[in-house]
Design a protein around this ligand. Structure first.
Ligand SMILES: Nc1nc2c(c(=O)[nH]1)N[C@H]1C(S)=C(S)[C@@H](COP(=O)(O)OP(=O)(O)OC[C@H]3O[C@@H](n4cnc5c(=O)[nH]c(N)nc54)[C@H](O)[C@@H]3O)O[C@H]1N2
Ligand SMILES: Nc1nc2c(c(=O)[nH]1)N[C@H]1C(S)=C(S)[C@@H](COP(=O)(O)OP(=O)(O)OC[C@H]3O[C@@H](n4cnc5c(=O)[nH]c(N)nc54)[C@H](O)[C@@H]3O)O[C@H]1N2
Ligand SMILES: [Mo]
Length: 772
């Protein structure tokens, strides 16, 4: 392709760049322009739909346009006028489609009728819904329950998710991995151990009261752009915002609010971070230990001078926490030289951050995949908690921990029972409610599923959305073994790679998207989602469905359940499909404290918050206190540095939602026309004897005898710490060994994958425009 362009981007996040990028999507082929624009006005409004992109909080008083560039792209993508219909599938074999790029697959448009894979013709062919359900029911009855996996991507509503989890348990397993297993599971494991809750503690209003924000490993301008509004307000109030990220991500640098005409006209932008530190990938543990160490030193100095206030919140530590002494000893014993080396930052810089944090009255600590997707991602999360606990920054206005979640209802799915961990689900209550004995053994998570497919112990996979094969690690082996599955069922809106690796019986079931009108027997339905700040919102779709053959996700889950056990009366599946309010009543019965008066409170502007113990300084840990934790290490990668070994961080472009590639314009990073790049420090390029623009391969540096390589990547000089390189997800997933995952949480360690650079030319090259 000749239109590859690689050049630095100097604009802010937001601003005209986002307006132009959006205009392209509003006018693109895939877009029903008027309908798209009409729907955008309903996005994230009280009587509208909850955006299908990220899970950032939806304010009680929304902006006139409460959406961002990427939320708008997601809306347009779902309201696509293109159709991947029976004709399309008649024209292309599955083998051919499997060579297409992610972009080209989804760009065909919406899936519009149920399909079955026909091995003889190597094609997807239409099938009726009743036949599809019957096929699935027959297979499920024949399979051993332990061998079947029920995956969920984090978009499905609370109603669907509750039904789906119940189906898996009635069927007989807790094999309920979800996208969270590749994402914030380090949060779900780390936070309960430290502060007794699996979710963040801040509410949107806390941003109005904080005077300091520390952010680690999150890309706000791309992945949660609406969050730039509270950040901009905080910055304008004079709050200190300090960012740690190996890459200079534009959203944390500066922002022009597209909703402010004057700023748009003058090009004025607000600086977001007043200090930005390019930490080494995996170096945050060192940074946070350094901040803690500096806080101890500042506190020592304050103690020596009676006129000064203590830096540590000693009352809070005494009354609310456990394990402080061991933590203090461990931190004081660490040598600054080790901290500087591992962080790749200077002591003076880290002390400067500590001084700001020490003076702040209320601080928010934000983080994302840059902390969770590491071998020691759980330690990262718990170290964030340590910093908050030292200064009592939990459970008071303007302060708290803010993990920025991914999919628009990924947090909510966990809340209503999608979990492979039976101890996190009120099984006794489910048993009483539905008269069955729930399986008690631990189910498979994402890593367990990948391993199980490869070793043959998993026989069937049902996917409620998502693109598991593409999103998971160990791509090549996974795909090779996937074909041996007895049954694969994919519930989806658009065609993706996972649909093209078929089990012996393979079904592709098209569903309504959240923006579409969902009419059932009792009338128009709404669904609910939980945002990053634990607020629950109703979502009403009003757009005309892409096809009259689409079923809603609740109807598909119920259809599978009833086909598996036609005479079962334990669950009123049909009544639930007829009226989703009845599912909400059932959710409330299972979780009475979390979902009190669920149906009545749906319409609360800004959503209604679930009760979160840590917010009230109630610590639901075994000790009844918040726990300090000693990680015992300064580096989160889990591997040693070695000559020629790089830490590969896999990143998202500004033109994608996970494996959904909207286009080839990563505006903020100045990379256009291709995704086949590897971003490298210029000294590393020189030292490796490479030249900018050259195409190379990356090979995984794992000593398990498995060969993993990705080729055809163009070397791009980039501002990234030495020894770290960045490249796109999902193209680089073949490089991630399944065993390279976070301890305890099993999140694939996608932000520090050990790789080497190779000149071999036989490595598989990702589909999509080449960088020549
Ligand atoms: N438009 C859009 N929105 C999205 C998504 C999308 O793909 N597109 N995905 C959604 C989902 S499911 C999720 S989980 C979230 C993901 O949102 P994020 O949490 O922002 O995830 P990433 O973009 O993978 O990477 C986060 C950042 O971590 C940095 N980083 C990498 N390694 C390290 C490290 O060791 N330390 C530090 N401090 N930083 C590091 C990277 O440079 C990057 O800026 O966004 C959600 N929202
Ligand atoms: N190397 C590397 N790997 C990663 C990551 C990384 O940063 N680096 N990030 C990880 C993270 S954070 C996540 S969350 C996972 C994402 O993993 P997944 O959630 O499995 O993947 P998505 O790309 O979000 O799924 C996209 C597909 O969802 C379907 N879809 C869209 N809307 C709907 C809907 O309303 N209903 C249904 N049923 N289907 C729908 C469409 O068919 C679309 O093709 O990837 C993980 N993998
Ligand atoms: Mo995610």
């Amino acid at each position: 392709m000749s239109d590859t362009r690689i050049h630095p981007y100097s604009g802010p996040a937001g601003g005209w760049g986002s307006a132009r990028s959006l205009a392209r999507h509003v006018t693109g082929r895939e877009t029903p322009t008027l309908e798209g624009v009409r729907q955008l006005q309903r996005q994230n409004k009280v009587d509208g739909f909850a955006c299908v992109s990220c899970s950032w909080a939806k304010p009680a008083e929304p902006h006139a346009a409460e959406f961002c560039e990427n939320g708008a792209k997601a809306t347009m993508w779902e309201l696509d006028t293109g159709r991947a219909d029976a004709d399309f599938f008649a024209r292309h074999t599955v083998t051919e489609l499997a060579t297409w790029a992610d972009y080209d697959l989804e760009a065909q448009g919406r899936l519009v009728e149920p399909l079955r894979f026909d091995a003889a013709s190597d094609r997807y062919v239409p099938v009726s819904w009743s036949e599809a359900f019957e096929l699935i029911g027959r297979e499920l009855r024949a399979l051993e329950p332990e061998r079947v996996v029920f995956y969920a991507s984090g978009r499905a509503s609370l109603e669907t998710s509750y039904m789906y989890a119940l189906l898996a348990r009635l069927y007989g397993n807790n094999n309920l991995p979800d996208s969270s297993n590749m994402c914030h599971e380090s949060t779900s494991v780390g936070l309960p151990r430290s502060i007794g809750v699996p979710v963040g503690t801040v509410l949107l209003e806390d941003f109005e009261h904080c005077d300091c924000i520390l952010s680690f490993g999150q890309n706000v301008g791309v992945n949660s752009p609406r969050m730039l509004h509270p950040l901009q307000d905080a910055a304008r109030r004079g709050a200190d915002i300090i960012t740690f990220n190996p890459l200079y991500e534009r959203g944390w640098e500066r922002f022009t609010n597209p909703q402010e005409p004057l700023a748009m006209a003058t090009g004025a932008s607000t600086r977001i971070s007043n200090a930005y530190f390019p930490v080494r990938a995996g170096g945050d543990l060192a940074v946070m230990h350094g901040i803690a160490k500096a806080l101890f030193a500042l506190d020592d100095a304050a103690q020596a001078d009676p006129s000064r206030e203590r830096v540590l919140d000693v009352d809070f530590i005494a009354n609310h926490t456990n394990g402080f002494d061991a933590f203090e000893q461990a931190v004081r014993a660490i040598d600054w030289r080790d901290i500087e080396r591992e962080a790749g930052l200077s002591r003076a810089d880290i002390e400067g951050v500590a001084a700001v944090y020490a003076q702040a009255k209320a601080s928010i600590l934000i983080y994302g995949m840059g902390l969770t997707q590491h071998r020691y991602g759980v330690d990262n999360v718990r170290m964030i908690c340590n910093l908050a606990l030292m200064r009592g920054n939990i459970g008071r206005p303007g302060a708290g921990i803010c993990p920025v979640r991914g999919h628009s209802n990924v947090q909510g799915q966990r809340t209503v029972g999608i979990s492979e961990k039976p101890e996190l689900v009120p099984l006794d209550r489910l048993e009483a409610q539905y008269g069955f004995s729930a399986p008690r053994n631990k189910g498979l998570d994402t890593v367990g599923t990948v391993e199980g497919v490869i070793d043959g112990s998993v026989h069937a996979f049902i996917g409620l959305g998502g693109n598991f094969v593409r999103a998971a690690p160990e791509t090549e082996q996974l795909e090779a073994h996937w074909k041996h599955l007895a049954l694969t069922v994919q519930v989806a809106t658009k065609l993706n790679r996972s649909h093209l690796v078929c089990g012996r019986t393979a079904l592709l079931l098209p569903c309504l998207g959240r923006i579409e009108r969902d009419v059932q027997r009792s009338g128009e339905q709404c669904v609910t989602v939980e945002d990053s700040t634990t607020c629950i919102h109703a979502s009403f779709g009003t757009s005309e469905p892409a096809s009259d053959q689409l079923l809603s996700e609740p109807a598909i889950v119920a259809g599978i359940a009833r086909a598996w056990k036609p005479d079962d009366t334990r669950v009123p599946w049909q009544a639930w499909v007829d009226d989703y309010a009845l599912v909400r009543d059932a959710i409330e019965a299972t979780y009475p404290d979390q979902f009190r008066d669920f149906n009545a409170r749906l319409h609360t502007p800004g959503g209604f918050p679930r009760p979160i113990g840590a917010r009230e300084r109630r610590w639901e840990t075994p000790s009844g206190k918040a726990e300090f934790h000693v990680p015992g290490r300064l580096c989160a990668t889990g591997f040693e540095d070695a000559e020629g070994r790089f830490r590969l961080l896999t990143v998202r472009s500004n033109d994608q939602f996970n494996t959904t590639v909207y286009g080839y314009r990563d505006r903020f990073r100045g990379i256009e026309g291709t995704r086949r790049v590897v971003l490298m420090h210029e000294d590393d390029i020189a030292e490796a004897g490479l030249t900018a623009g050259e195409q190379i391969a990356l090979v995984a540096d794992a000593e398990d005898g498995v060969e993993r390589a990705v080729g055809g990547l163009r070397v791009v000089p980039y501002r990234v710490p030495r020894g770290c390189i960045a490249a796109y997800y999902p193209e680089c997933n073949p490089l991630v060994p399944v065993a390279h995952h976070a301890v305890d949480s099993h999140v694939p360690a996608a932000k520090s994958v050990p790789v080497r650079i190779s000149r071999r030319t036989d490595a598989p090259v990702p589909a999509g425009p080449s960088p020549d």
